[in-house]
Design a protein around this ligand. Structure first.
Ligand code: FAD
Ligand code: NAD
Length: 505
């Protein structure tokens, strides 16, 4: 059995740990069963944002008239947008070559499973058999998959998920009509893309709101804008069955309150109903790794699992699923394993300053608690709102009070301390606007906060007992490097100067 210093499973965010280990000269095994680069590059953030950027341009042209620019309506050149999308997905091939070139790295194309706590079997993709390897340190960054609801007739009718859309079902031209099941970030982003490409889009959402994880005011503003531009949104629906009729697919849904039945006849169905963790193939039952009921791997603030030396990061340890969260967690693991100068210098994860962006049109950017969450948490909540139209720049952009696209900013404050609890923006460039608040909320003296107390190596117990804290000096370039910024957004242009300055990644 081949022995390594570290095994890294999955080539999304986990590659940050692999990079650090490689640079330290350790013997590294990287295992990937699918496309190198993981979800974000090959079927998630990057291809969707290439398409969303084109869709944004189509919508922005419509707004030019308001500021005195006469142009014809824009149309999307599907072939060019598709080529640009696949140009990014195909970058995956270079990642294998990159890692394979290092003498101290072995790259395995196959699915990893646990034989016991520190021993893994790799079922090689080429069918040549299995390889057994071991290491004292194992990093699990296996991500997640689309959750496909059990709806009668769905499998028979056929459907898309983000995996198959960016796989063998990528359309040669936009669909004539599309039903999107689910209106989290995936649903509303694809609805925007296809509606901008000329597809007749219907969103069928289970919840009473679009993007229900965001502040309710954001959902309402997005709903008004989607309906205004002709996207058919039907909320509060249970999907009852799918029928096939005249070569089309009929989605039968029922209002969860009134029971009213709606039939939506479309060319294609996109399922965007959340994700589940990629754990089945890992055979965690052969280890002491504990999971939550739906399979997410339990981790603590140091990203440790319940087996010492095994860490889990990114989508596989729970939601919300963001590539910048996976990167942040991987950076913490890499720091603690390879760069920390003493135990006092150890880093830990905090999630109250996690930035979130939904690349809908308009965009939504947020950090921290929603108004409802803050009230539920027992704070003495104060709220402030400001509309784009109240500023000179808003006027210059052609946004007037009362316009359906008059976006706004909502701040949620603890009135007892004046501390910012949350910041929410909906409107043009929302993905950029809220970042100063992420930096502010992430700075100051930060005490270690325990996550999942029962998961604790001896070192973790020691650090918790000591009650260490970290000085997040707001003027320090190191603090910038330890602050998350939403991916993929223009904020990264400024935030990542730190990474290049420090030669961090
Ligand atoms: C359509 C879509 C759009 C998105 N847009 C955004 C966005 O704009 N911004 C954002 O921040 N996030 C976005 N996300 C979420 C983001 O893509 C994920 O949160 C992120 O990619 C997760 O990274 P990860 O490192 O946890 O896992 P992944 O990137 O999923 O990597 C896991 C890898 O592990 C491999 N693997 C799994 N099991 C095994 C095994 N047993 N053996 C070997 N290999 C294995 C998989 O093949 C995969 O390549 C989007 C997701 C989707 C689906
Ligand atoms: N911009 C971004 O950063 C970005 C983009 C896409 C995805 N992501 C992440 O990826 C993950 C998955 O995204 P998502 O949008 O699938 O998940 P989600 O869980 O946020 O949303 C799924 C939505 O589907 C609805 N739903 C569930 N079952 C349904 C059914 N049978 N019929 C109709 N509606 C149903 C739910 O009410 C929910 O609002 C999330 O964690 C998200 O944060 C992030």
């Amino acid at each position: 059995m081949k022995q390594y210093d570290i095994i890294v499973v999955g080539t999304g965010g986990a590659t940050i740990v692999a990079d650090a280990a490689q640079k330290k000269g350790l013997n590294v095994a990287i295992i990937e069963k699918g496309k190198f680069g993981g979800t974000c590059l090959t079927r998630g953030c990057i291809p969707t944002k290439v398409m969303v950027t084109a869709a944004n341009a189509v919508q922005e042209v419509e707004e030019f008239k308001k500021i005195g620019i006469n142009v014809n309506s824009a149309t999307m050149d599907w072939d060019i947008v598709s080529k640009r999308t696949w140009h990014m997905i195909d970058k995956s091939a270079g990642i294998y070559d990159y890692y394979n070139a290092f003498d101290n790295v072995d790259v395995y194309r196959g699915a990893a499973s646990f034989v016991s706590d520190k021993v893994m079997d790799i079922h090689l993709n080429d069918g040549s058999g299995t390889v057994e390897i071991t290491a004292p340190t194992i990093i699990l960054g296996t991500g997640g998959y689309s959750n496909v609801p059990n709806v009668p007739g769905l499998q028979e009718a056929g459907f898309l998920t983000s995996e198959s859309l960016f796989g063998n079902k990528f359309p040669k031209q936009p669909y004539k009509s599309l039903a999107v099941l689910g209106a989290g970030p995936i649903g509303v982003e694809f609805a925007h893309v296809f509606a901008s490409a000329g597809t007749n889009v219907t969103i069928l959402q289970h919840n009473v709101r679009l993007v229900p994880k965001e502040d309710a005011d954001m959902s309402e503003h997005l709903l008004n804008n989607y309906r205004e531009r002709g996207i058919n949104v039907i909320l509060n629906q249970d999907t009852v069955e799918i029928r096939q009729e005249d070569g089309l697919k009929v989605v039968v849904t029922k209002d969860r309150t009134t029971g009213e039945v709606t039939e939506t006849k479309v060319e294609e169905i996109l399922v965007a109903a959340g994700i589940r963790p990629a754990v089945e193939e890992l055979h965690l039952e052969n280890t002491g790794i504990e999971t939550w009921p739906k399979g997410w791997i339990k981790t603590n603030e140091f990203l440790e699992t319940s087996v010492e030396g095994i860490y889990a990061l990114g989508d596989v340890n729970g939601e919300p699923a963001f590539r910048h969260r996976a990167n942040y967690e991987a950076d913490i693991i890499a720091h603690n394993l390879f760069y920390a100068t003493s135990e006092k210098d150890y880093r830990w994860a905090r999630y109250d300053t996690l930035p979130k962006v939904t690349f809908s049109y308009p965009e939504i950017g947020s950090v921290g608690l929603t108004e409802a969450e803050a009230i539920k948490a027992g704070y003495n909540v104060g709220v402030g709102k400001n509309f784009y139209s109240s500023t000179a720049k808003g006027y210059a952009m052609g946004i007037n009070p009362g316009d359906v696209n008059d976006g706004f900013v909502k701040i949620v404050v603890d009135k007892d301390t004046n501390h910012i609890l949350g910041m929410h923006v909906v409107g043009p460039q929302a993905s950029i606007l809220f970042q100063p608040y992420v930096n502010l909320m992430n700075s100051g003296i930060t005490p270690l906060t325990t996550i999942n107390e029962e998961i604790a190596s001896e070192r973790t117990k020691r650090l918790r007992e000591k009650g260490i804290s970290r000085d997040m000096d707001p003027r320090s370039v190191i603090t910038v490097g330890e602050t998350m910024s939403p991916h993929p957004s223009l904020v990264e242009v400024i935030m990542w100067t730190q990474a290049y300055y420090e030669n961090r990644w």
